[in-house]
Write a protein that binds this ligand. Structure first.
Ligand SMILES: *Cc1c(COP(=O)(O)O)cnc(C)c1O
Length: 383
């Protein structure tokens, strides 16, 4: 075991967070109490959306968004292969078919031209993923979506606080819904947790029903008229995807620190941006200048020829030094489950070739300068 261990990402919990959680534990509501609405309101205000719906995790948020979008059997939904499996699995949950469009070789985000090529008369939606926190070409994607009558669901699990053309991701200016995750490696955490934002009241109502079995307790929404005081009504098949008040209390506290976390992530990214060009086998992440990444991940590409070593050699070396590098991501359709469904290798050539060379370096607010210097030293040493 090496002395030091620096993971690629990690939460930051302070005493105030712990106090907020303990207060809920002593209160009347552990779940579906006042903290949920408060978290939703504050989150919606933070990203600039009209509505927010808190759910049990980011995957549930994606599932709920696909449900609200009306995805069903026979529908195709376009997404990127360079993402966490959940971005595509959510389509399968609804009986739809994920269709993978290749990525832009510079930003690693889904390519607008490739989306166009994949549209058929069965395409119902597109799920762009803001990979590493750099926003996708949302204006262009939204325009194609409007022309082809597609729903746009942004997977912003990496992108809390990121801005696109001066506005925060999550305000749904160029989408119907945006989905966030509060897993501990993400920008803010609730242990497990997720959120969907939207400006559309109809989608908002569907998301809320879906989160709690499809059951409503709001009399003005009942399909059957009754004066039974115990009445509540299941109107569709939903799930129990609720977030607890314990989690929401933590989320409210974490959200207060989101700007500070983001600032620190950007500082660390800036240090990497300044220092890494001195290492000639490293290709830096490319950033477009009309958007600001939230730097969930810092992904470098290894030039194996210049280095004379493989990506795997670099990976193993850094791990042996206690640097918890990771690879984001194995192309989704390379997984045996997707291969079994009939997705062939070679489907998205750019994503596959970039996947073979990338490594995610540690980046998270609690990293200190000693950690960064240690990582940089080990990277220089490889060269
Ligand atoms: C983390 C993540 C998810 C899923 O979020 P969970 O809260 O872990 O379910 C979805 N998409 C992307 C791109 C992610 O990084």
């Amino acid at each position: 075991m090496p002395k030091k261990y620096i993971p690629y990402g990690k939460q930051w919990i302070d005493d105030e967070d712990i106090k907020a959680v303990v207060e809920v534990l002593k209160s009347d509501y552990l779940t579906t109490g006042p903290k949920i609405e408060e978290f939703e309101e504050k989150f919606a205000a933070y990203v600039g959306a009209k509505y927010a719906v808190a759910v049990s995790n980011g995957t549930a948020a994606l599932h709920a968004a696909c449900f609200a979008a009306g995805i069903g059997p026979g529908d195709e939904v376009i997404t990127t292969p360079l993402t966490f499996a959940a971005s595509a699995n959510c389509v399968l949950y609804q009986g739809g078919k994920p269709v993978f469009a290749d990525i832009d070789p510079e930003t690693y985000n889904i390519s607008v031209e490739e989306i166009k090529k994949k549209i058929t008369n069965k395409t119902a939606a597109v799920i762009p993923v803001h990979f590493t926190g750099q926003p996708c070409d949302m204006e262009e994607i939204y325009e194609i979506a409007r022309e082809n009558n597609l729903i746009v669901i942004e997977d912003a699990a990496h992108a809390l606080g990121a801005t696109y053309k001066g506005e925060k991701i999550g305000n749904c200016r160029f989408s119907d819904m945006t989905v966030f995750s509060f897993h501990p490696v993400k920008h803010i955490t609730t242990g497990e947790g997720g959120m969907i934002t939207t400006n559309n009241k109809e989608l908002y109502d569907k998301l809320k029903l879906f989160r709690t079995h499809g059951i409503t307790k709001e009399p003005d929404k009942y399909l059957l008229k009754t004066d039974e005081p115990w009445y509540h009504e299941q109107q569709m098949l939903g799930y129990n995807y609720r977030m607890t008040d314990i989690q929401a209390a933590l989320g409210i506290r974490q959200l207060k620190k989101a700007d500070g976390f983001l600032k620190r992530r950007r500082e660390i990214a800036e240090i990497y941006n300044q220092e890494l060009p001195r290492i000639e086998w490293i290709k830096l992440p490319f950033q477009k200048d009309d958007r600001e990444s939230s730097w969930h991940l810092y992904v470098i590409q290894v030039d194996e020829e210049k280095l004379g070593k493989s990506r795997k050699d670099v990976f193993n070396y850094l791990r042996s030094k206690g640097i918890g590098v990771q690879v984001h991501y194995i192309p989704v359709y390379w997984h045996p489950y997707y291969q079994e469904l009939g997705y062939g290798k070679g489907l998205c050539k750019v994503a596959e070739s970039i996947y073979k060379l990338i490594i995610s370096l540690p980046i998270y607010p609690a990293m200190n300068s000693e950690d960064i210097i240690y990582i940089l030293d080990e990277l220089y040493y490889i060269s």
